[in-house]
Design a protein around this ligand. Structure first.
Ligand code: FES
Length: 580
């Protein structure tokens, strides 16, 4: 795509606030001067909002204030006017009932923070899982020039000489304790090794995935995704991004220029190649909805089908983000996709040029971390979209994290009505379950949980774990942490709380899964299914007020991105005049 830059100089939206000598201008400008800005800072230079998701309670983003200073330096160097603005920070490891319930609220609050204030462009300073999509959704809806800077992953963790991956080893160690292979004391000792430095999860979890999605969509500078949080080159990246956003404003290079259908297809293929999180499905669908790109679950299945997973990182493989960076990071993966004919090479990035120009000359420095295609973790790494009478609107599975022997399976359903029911029963030695069964979890979708918790990778029952079994098929309307693994069918749509067929599965029903034909089937007659659905009544209660009410009454299905329906689309940056 050839981008035609706008003419410069021209009048910017920030001058609505700061230009001239009228009473309102003096009100806006004069008050800001209490921070010590010289008068010539209001001469029509681009005002750049550094939208910062720093929070003490979002530890993954705990270092973003220091990074913001480097962004600020870059903006000043390029002749811009930086203003740092704190925005809603939805931390994955803190928010209850789940950070996902607040992704849309964060997007809504950030969208209004951009539109209602004098910004000409934005630097999205993000990191932890939901902070990246929420700010990108907001930027897409306002459509002012924007660039993503992520905080970067933590350094490798080590426990007794072995790599410890964020999240991935939390699940592993917890299963090992249940299976009697690890003591509680050892588990507590391991906790100290899990988070060695500032930064986001060091696995190819959702944070690393979304950083990679931002880069493959063209919304961050090339190479941004993998630089460790504490590496000096992360700070260089922040400064360069600060410089770049000023020129993006001058050129009027907007998210709608970058986030095209081609860019989304690049991101979907990238997700397959890196063995990325299933959460990317929901977030990219939601972003596409904001920017007006027609993206569907079928695009995920179609684009990812023939893409091998070549990034050997946990949870699918064995290394961590630090090694990914040293091997060359995402540009190497994008180059591979390009060489395989699986990249739209001319897709535009925030650099102002085509994505291929950014990656075509990079080198892979470690072929055990970024694998040759013939050694790929799986030859078909794309997110699989399953359909059938159990998931008429689709369900997803991540093949690189699943077990080959379960790709075609028929098993007896063991049903948990909600997560509390699961917790109450799973450790019961009398639970009628073995490794051939299929675990079914209901009422954990966007509306039902509420907020679509990351509980789809239910831990196995202890009596199965003690046999040395590490995987069973699990089906739910929940999500799964990007750091998790297993043959886990997620995002079943429509969700149980909205009356989807998942709601009427009963203990003892037989379920068939066939990944090759993309089928998930509840083996009962259509008449029985209809009768059960007709008799179904909602089990969850809707919130009566506040944001819970707003969320439950307006959240849409996972199959379209679980956005609030009234927030879809681009509303632009125009705002009415004020008068004081
Ligand atoms: Fe924040 Fe993983 S929990 S990045």
């Amino acid at each position: 795509m050839v981008f035609k830059a706008a003419k410069w100089p021209r009048r910017l939206r920030s001058q609505e606030w700061y230009e001239g000598s009228g009473r309102d201008t003096i009100y806006h400008r004069g008050w800001l001067k209490n921070q010590g800005y010289p008068h010539d800072m209001f001469d029509g230079r681009p005002i750049i909002g550094i939208l910062n998701t720093w929070s003490d309670l979002t530890p993954c983003n705990g270092h973003l204030r220091e990074l913001a200073e480097k962004v600020r330096t870059g903006i000043l160097e390029a002749g811009g006017f930086p203003v740092e603005v704190p925005v809603f920070s939805a931390s994955e490891n803190t928010f209850r009932p789940t950070a996902m319930m607040y992704r849309n609220l964060a997007a809504l609050a950030t969208e209004e923070a951009i539109r209602g204030q004098p910004m000409d462009g934005c630097v999205l300073l993000v990191g932890c899982d939901k902070t990246t999509p929420s700010l990108m959704m907001a930027a897409a809806s306002v459509d002012l020039p924007s660039i993503v800077v992520t905080g970067g992953p933590m350094l490798n963790g080590y426990f007794r000489g072995e790599r410890v991956g964020s999240g991935t080893h939390l699940w592993k160690f917890s299963e090992a304790v249940k299976a009697g292979e690890m003591t509680q004391e050892e588990f507590l000792e391991a906790e100290q090794s899990m988070s060695r430095s500032s930064g986001t999860c060091n696995t190819m979890g959702t944070a690393s995935t979304m950083a990679s999605m931002a880069e493959s969509l063209g919304m961050s500078l090339s190479g941004n995704a993998a630089i460790p949080a504490v590496d000096s080159r992360r700070r260089v990246m922040a400064q360069l991004s600060g410089r770049r956003i000023v020129d993006m404003v001058k050129d009027d290079l907007k998210p709608s220029d970058v986030m095209t259908k081609q860019a989304f297809e690049n991101a979907i293929r990238t997700n397959a190649a890196i063995g990325g999180s299933t959460n990317a499905v929901i977030h990219l669908l939601a972003m596409a909805g904001r920017v007006g790109v027609d993206l569907t679950l079928d695009d995920w299945d179609r684009c990812g089908r023939d893409v091998p997973t070549i990034v050997n990182l946990m949870p699918s493989g064995k290394y961590l983000m630090e090694e990914f960076y040293y091997a060359g990071g995402l540009p190497v993966v994008l180059k591979r996709l390009g060489e395989a004919g699986q990249l739209h090479k001319d897709a535009l990035t925030v650099s102002g040029g085509p994505i291929w120009d950014e990656v075509k000359d990079v080198t892979n420095h470690n072929e055990d971390v970024i694998l040759p295609v013939e050694k790929a973790l799986t030859q078909s790494g794309g997110i699989v979209v399953l359909r059938g009478n159990l998931a008429p609107k689709g369900a997803v599975l991540k093949p690189s994290a699943a077990s080959e022997h379960l790709m075609q399976h028929r098993g007896r359903a063991v049903v948990f009505e909600d997560i509390d029911d699961y917790k109450a029963k799973i450790n019961d030695e009398d639970l009628d379950i073995d490794e051939t069964c299929i675990m079914v979890l209901k009422n954990c979708g966007p509306k039902g949980y509420p907020g679509m918790a990351e509980v789809g990778n239910m831990g196995l029952p202890p009596k199965v774990l003690r046999k040395g079994i590490t995987d069973m098929i699990r089906i739910s309307d929940a999500r799964m942490s990007g750091t998790a693994y297993g043959t886990v069918i997620l995002h079943t749509s429509p969700e149980a709380a909205a009356g989807g067929p998942l709601a009427v599965v009963q203990n003892g029903d037989m379920i068939e899964v066939d990944v090759a034909t993309r089928k998930v089937h509840l083996d009962i007659s259509q008449a029985d299914l209809d009768a059960r659905l007709a008799a179904w009544t909602p089990k969850h209660e809707l919130g009566e007020s506040g944001y819970l009410w707003l969320h439950q009454n307006h959240v849409e299905g996972a199959d379209t991105g679980a956005d609030l329906g009234f927030l879809k689309g681009c509303r632009g940056s125009a705002v009415g005049k004020d008068s004081h």
